[in-house]
Design a protein around this ligand. Structure first.
Ligand code: GUN
Length: 285
């Protein structure tokens, strides 16, 4: 089994982006700028936002953080997004999810200008992806595709199973794999015989959010496994927690040819692809 080192891939991608930002600067352009909107006090969201802002700084990308309390009115958030849409100094807009329950996340996503939508969540960008047009692609599935192509090369004809149908990962992942000429199956919580679907797949992308649900015995020997899950579970020792994926890593490592670890697999690629999308937004401005 070969480990897919997402951290190393992401470091290379980030270095390339930093170089491109320097080249832009040398040509007289200002630094790309990302506005990050964080509403409320979800602890995981605060960690993600902190990591995204640190990654921007390292790549020479300006980030502008807009923090708001959990009781922010939806209309005020929409007004903030509108002002960022109009601001010529802002290239990319990221509204961290989840939003508080009283705010309609779809309404907020739809308010972001598709040309500044570096998360790729706007229906216009989802439609562009589904129809094979250029646009912004959600960072996590884009990172997964990059890992697959650098591990396997051409994906033409490969049997790919995507487990999960969310707008953030599963659906865009399926679109990307279709465009890469893989034969794509999308499974979800209502699918029958998930082990049987896994057993015929050359590529499995697991994005279900259930700790270690996928067992090694389900996998086809020699397959490639991309584990999108980030689940915090109690340690066996009883004290503290650890992060595990949606795949039982020790079992899968016995069967698969290539597998991403958690942490250090998909996560670092997500952030690198956000920087890439921000650079792209700035280049197209
Ligand atoms: N919450 C979980 N993943 C993401 C993401 O990729 N972007 C945003 N904005 N929020 C998230």
């Amino acid at each position: 089994m070969m480990l897919i080192d997402g951290k190393a891939h992401a470091a290379r991608l980030r270095a390339d982006i930093a170089q491109a930002v320097i080249a832009r600067g040398a040509a007289g352009a200002r630094a790309p700028a990302l506005a990050v909107v964080l509403v409320g006090d979800d602890p995981a969201s605060h960690v993600y936002v902190r990591n995204k802002i640190a990654a921007c700084a390292e790549a020479g990308i300006t980030s502008i953080e807009h923090r708001r309390d959990a009781d922010l009115a939806e209309a005020e958030l929409l007004a903030l997004v509108e002002s960022l849409n109009r601001d010529a100094q802002v290239d990319g807009i990221l509204v961290q999810l989840p939003l508080p329950a009283h705010i309609d996340a779809q309404k907020v996503i739809a308010a972001i200008s598709p040309d500044k939508d570096v998360d790729g969540f706007h229906p216009v960008n989802a439609g562009r992806l589904a129809t094979g047009l250029d646009g912004f692609v959600p960072c996590t599935p884009l990172g997964c595709l990059r890992l697959l192509e650098s591990t396997l090369g051409d994906l033409t004809g490969a049997e790919a199973l995507v487990i999960g149908r969310s707008n953030i990962v599963g659906r865009p992942m399926a679109s990307l794999l279709i465009s890469a000429s893989a034969t794509v199956t999308v499974a979800h919580s209502r699918s029958r015989d998930l082990p049987g679907l896994c057993r015929r797949a050359d590529i499995v992308v697991a994005a279900v959010g259930r700790p270690e649900m996928l067992r090694g015995s389900w996998l086809k020997p020699g397959s490639t496994v991309i584990d999108v899950g980030i689940n915090r579970v109690a340690k066996e020792s009883g004290t503290g927690t650890r992060l595990v994926g949606d795949v039982c890593f020790t079992e899968a490592a016995e069967v698969a040819a290539h597998i991403t670890p958690v942490p250090g697999g998909v996560g670092p690629m997500t952030i690198a692809c956000l920087l890439e999308n921000t650079l792209k937004a700035a280049s197209q401005a």
